[in-house]
Write a protein that binds this ligand. Structure first.
Ligand code: SGN
Ligand code: CA
Length: 750
């Protein structure tokens, strides 16, 4: 576990007591006892597998105890996350802010900035005791909790380890879900200070992959067939080609041992074989025996059928679905048992009246819908989160809410429940007004929600963001081309989201309106994609070049000159090679140009690049033309992206002088619309120079003729220089490089 102490994100450096002055309010509870909050939270629990949601699995796999919460309180049927993946969802919940603001945008390289304000820290200041037990997954140590005991990373189902507050680690025998519940009960019964209100976050690993039930449920559902979702055999037609590119398909991407609980290597090519079953490896010999007795016969029968060639693709997908869904639902059954034990305890101890109980999960999950498992997409099944709440005496039992709510609303809600004003920088809104009205939205309640997923290598789901209203949903996929970037769904006519309507003339007006709403929400939530660090990890060459460049940076401490940018700089490896060799190679220069990069990609590379052994005299940076070319980003947004790269670079290389170049002219002549956007970016970024550390040059005119036309002899495609273009470039900046300290005679460097 790393503890977090880097430069504070968004200028946080949080001092709860200092901020609290502005947050205190007589509020709800001036004369009453403040309510306790028991927040039961699972990992990857789809609404369809909670019977109170009345979806297709309701009869096959009832969840009587989770349902008790809804029966005694309310269930929210339009409850969503802001970013459908674990760490990010948790960060949204703690901060009440979208991912790009709280900084935890993906599970790949992020580390939660625990110094920033979070709701537990705020409410601690007004007397609440805060406790966290179970899955955390935010890498840095929890802050704002009086008591915590957490699973390392994803945690394990079988005989799990728990990280302790004192820095130690303890292993417990048994099944994780039961142990987390035991620990929560133990804290309630004997560890807390009974004179103070509390928030207890009881956070399960279940039902996260790989799905291992407790022994008592190995045989549950054994003789039954669980209903299949209607879209199990989705062909991904009539939507963006991005859908077919994912790697989370039941038919193709299940691992033989890890997911399907088989032993050894696959006996059929329709299974992935790359990793084993770590949970099985954690079992004692006796536990392994009982596991094998339960799963072995069915596994052997499958192997036999496969060997005899008796399994068609369709039959095998159905088999895989059954094995998957049964284990998933068995894991849920154990969660439901735990919920029952906690509810019983509240009843028996007399705490039930004063304790709000919430059941939620970090995101939804595909239970075979669209042929998938996993999450990430903005399609309903994984965008939706369960949200059930019981608040005796306040919420009318049996309420069903259709209000659009999101996980960024939880922190504001907890603030209000604790009698605090919601801080102005929290982006969610308190749900308390909904609770007071049986879940019915007040007239001024939000009409739309913003969502963003930033892409990861795992499962290859394309980066996208979007907006949903009550009826329509719009996706934007920035890394797809042209028309494939947009998807529009009518959730009333097509609840399964099987046909995108963005090009359907009948939906033209809706498309325009939804785009306007999308841009409105991006503005409201301060989303500028150009400043949000993002990798292009789905592209193999890109990641390979990044890794190679990381190594090159580490082993070239003599480097005196860096070039950072997109294909125009990358081209020093191609048409510009001779120019590079003559002019820059003698300085042990490193080319950090990556074809197709936008500011957000360069920002990611600077953030996660290896600069620790480097002390170059000069870094030449030019970036932004792809923000214009790919997405026609507004100039102000791209300029802010350039600034973000510049700031990150200066933080990484404080002793290096930066030569920031204006983006080169593009397009045939001065009236080219993309060139005009670049001109605007250039007008802004020239102001980023201070003449001391950051220097600026606009050398565009060395490529242009007198009429402002870009001649083919210099830039044949009106975007990238040829060798002659690179010559002119080198000549134009040579005096500046000399002035900035690269004046050492080349002979001396050799
Ligand atoms: C692991 C899983 C993935 C899952 C991610 C994120 N693979 O990488 O299937 O998408 O976690 O899940 S596994 O090999 O560990 O099973 S999350 O809940 O943390 O977001
Ligand atoms: Ca999750």
């Amino acid at each position: 576990m790393r503890s977090f102490s880097r430069r504070a994100f968004m200028g946080s450096g949080f001092a709860a007591s200092a901020l609290l002055a502005g947050c205190q309010t007589g509020g709800l509870w001036s004369n009453k006892k403040k309510p306790n909050i028991l927040f039961i939270f699972t990992d990857d629990h789809a609404q369809a597998s909670i019977s109170a949601y009345r979806k297709h699995l309701k009869d096959a796999a009832p969840t009587p105890n989770i349902d008790r919460i809804a029966a005694d309180g309310a269930i929210f049927e339009r409850s969503y996350c802001a970013n459908s993946i674990c760490g990010p969802s948790r960060a949204c919940i703690l901060t009440g802010k979208h991912s790009h603001i709280n900084g935890y945008i993906d599970n790949e390289r992020c580390l939660f900035d625990g110094d920033q304000p979070t709701f537990p820290k705020y409410i601690q200041q007004v007397g609440y005791q805060t406790a966290l037990i179970g899955k955390w997954h935010l890498v840095s140590d929890p802050q704002g909790f009086d008591h915590w005991e957490i699973l390392p990373g994803q945690g394990s189902y079988i005989n799990p380890d728990f990280l302790q507050q004192d820095g130690g680690k303890k292993r417990y025998s048994g099944y994780c879900t039961d142990i987390v519940t035991d620990k929560a009960l133990d804290w309630l019964q004997s560890k807390r200070d009974k004179t103070r209100p509390f928030v207890l976050m009881c956070q399960h690993k279940a039902p996260h992959r790989n799905w291992i039930p407790p022994e008592r449920y190995y045989d549950l559902f054994k003789e039954v067939e669980i209903p299949e979702p209607e879209t199990l055999f989705d062909d991904y037609k009539e939507r963006s080609p991005a859908l077919a590119q994912q790697k989370m398909s039941i038919a193709k991407d299940f691992n033989w041992a890890h997911d399907m609980l088989m032993h050894g290597e696959p006996t059929d090519p329709r299974f992935e074989s790359s990793f084993g079953n770590d949970e099985y490896n954690r079992m004692t010999e006796a536990e392994k025996k009982r596991f094998d007795a339960a799963y072995g016969p069915e596994s052997e029968a499958l192997k036999k059928a496969l060997a005899e060639g008796k399994m068609s693709d369709t039959q095998l997908t159905k088999w895989k679905y059954q094995r998957y869904i049964k284990n998933y639902l068995r894991c849920i059954r154990a969660v439901d048992d735990g919920v029952g034990r906690l509810l019983d305890y509240l009843d028996d101890s007399g705490l039930a009246d004063d304790t709000i109980v919430i059941y939620a999960s970090d995101q939804g999950f595909y239970l075979g819908e669209h042929g998938w498992y996993d999450k990430r997409w903005m399609f309903e099944e994984s965008f939706a989160m369960p949200f059930l709440i019981r608040w005796k005496g306040q919420i009318k039992p049996g309420s069903r809410s259709q209000a659009l709510i999101q996980n960024i609303d939880y922190a504001p809600t907890f603030m209000e429940l604790a009698g605090l004003k919601v801080p102005a920088d929290m982006q969610g809104v308190s749900l308390v007004p909904l609770f007071k009205k049986s879940g019915i939205a007040p007239v001024n309640w939000r009409k739309s929600l913003y969502y963003a997923y930033y892409g990861e290598r795992t499962h290859h789901v394309a980066r996208h963001d979007g907006v949903t209203t009550e009826r329509y949903k719009l996706f934007f996929l920035p890394d797809m081309r042209g028309d494939a970037r947009w998807q529009l769904f009518d959730l009333v006519e097509d609840p399964q989201e099987m046909r995108s309507l963005h090009a359907d003339p009948a939906y033209h007006r809706v498309f325009i309106e939804m785009k306007a709403e999308y841009y409105r929400l991006r503005k409201r939530y301060l989303v500028n994609s150009s400043t949000i660090p993002c990798s292009r990890n789905a592209e193999d060459w890109w990641m390979k070049r990044f890794n190679e460049k990381t190594r090159e940076c580490r082993k070239t401490p003599a480097c005196q000159l860096l070039f950072l940018g997109d294909s125009i700089i990358h081209g020093f490896d191609g048409s510009g090679k001779s120019v590079w060799d003559t002019n820059y190679a003698p300085f042990n220069a490193i080319n950090l140009g990556f074809s197709g990069d936008r500011t957000e990609h360069l920002l990611w590379r600077i953030k996660y690049g290896a600069f620790e052994n480097l002390k170059p005299k000069v870094a030449v940076m030019m970036i932004g033309t792809n923000n214009t070319g790919h997405l026609q980003c507004p100039a102000a947004e791209s300029a802010a992206g350039v600034k973000a790269c510049l700031d990150e670079l200066r933080a990484k290389l404080p002793g290096t002088k930066v030569l920031l170049l204006s983006i080169f002219p593009r397009g045939k002549d001065a009236s080219d619309p993309l060139r005009l956007i670049n001109d605007k970016i250039n007008a802004t970024i020239s102001g980023y120079a201070d003449g001391v550390t950051v220097h600026h040059m606009d050398i565009g005119k060395v490529f242009l003729d007198q009429a402002g036309v870009l001649p083919k002899e210099v830039m044949p495609d009106a975007l990238h220089p040829n060798t002659e273009g690179y010559e002119r470039w080198a000549k134009a900046i040579a005096p500046k490089l000399k002035e900035l300290g690269l004046a050492v005679e080349r002979d001396e460097l050799r």
